[in-house]
Design a protein around this ligand. Structure first.
Ligand code: DGL
Length: 254
């Protein structure tokens, strides 16, 4: 069984890709909506939440964990791996590596949360792969809020995207990295606002491919379970609306 978690509905963008890559795998998705957003919180606090969710998923029999949240990966991936050495733990890192290859202008824009930019993981990704490139960082807390409330298109979304993307384009960015799983649901609008000369990089398919490589799951019933802190019925509604996913069961978390 594969356990996948995020602060909210963002990780569903990764869950869709995992379902495509592993149609028969049994999946459990935890959305910590009651404590979302994680982006403005301290790394220590996010580490604690991530450890609680990981323990809960492991208690329920998960043998692979996917941290489908850049913020939780930035805060807690290393600690989770050292706390659970026997587990396969897949995390997210902002896709600076493919962006550095794809850019023609040499300017990459990364859109993520404030906490993701503070973590050591981001610093290390930029120093390993960003050499000779300019990396522009933009925190977009209002994008998280929009997706979390089911808004992924329309004038309100358009103007929130314009506000963050246009300044990056004006300084020469031609490659836009989605460094928060919520933002995958805004990819079409981001691409449209960026214009024809820009490319949007969403790491979700690569993370799903990595999950399929490490999970070593050959069979399952294709069962899907959701769990949420906060309003879990709302999670099920949003999962249907945003991701076309319907859970077989919905539990409270914790
Ligand atoms: N979806 C999350 C990420 O990938 C975090 C959003 C939030 O809770 O602030 O970073």
């Amino acid at each position: 069984m594969i356990g996948v978690f995020d602060s909210g509905v963002g990780g569903l963008s990764v869950l869709i890709e995992i379902r495509k890559a592993l149609p028969d795998a049994d999946l459990v998705y935890v959305a910590d909506r009651g404590r979302a957003p994680y982006g403005p919180r301290s790394l220590t606090e996010i580490q604690r939440f991530s450890a609680e969710i990981a323990d809960w998923l492991i208690d329920r029999g998960c043998t692979t964990l996917v941290v489908a949240c850049n913020t939780a990966s930035a805060a807690a991936l290393e600690e989770l791996r050292s706390a659970h050495p026997g587990m396969q733990i897949v995390g997210m890192e902002p896709a600076v590596k493919p962006a550095a290859v794809a850019t023609s202008s040499g300017v990459i824009a990364v859109f993520a949360t404030a906490a993701t930019f503070q973590g050591r993981l981001f610093e290390s990704v930029v120093s390993r792969f960003g050499e000779g490139r300019t990396v522009v960082t933009t925190a977009c807390p209002e994008w998280v809020e929009l997706v979390e409330t089911g808004h992924v298109e329309g004038p309100m979304v358009e103007s929130a995207v314009v506000k963050r993307v246009v300044p990056a384009i004006e300084v020469g960015a031609d490659t836009l990295v989605l460094g928060c799983t919520h933002f995958s649901f805004l990819a079409d609008v981001i691409g449209r606002v960026g214009g024809p000369g820009t490319r949007v990089i969403d790491p979700a398919p690569a993370v799903a491919a990595q999950t399929a490589r490490v999970a070593s799951i050959t069979e399952g019933q294709g069962h899907l379970v959701f769990a949420a802190s906060g309003d879990r019925d709302r999670l099920a509604d949003l999962a249907r609306a945003l991701a076309g996913l319907t859970a077989d069961e919905v539990f409270p978390f914790p």
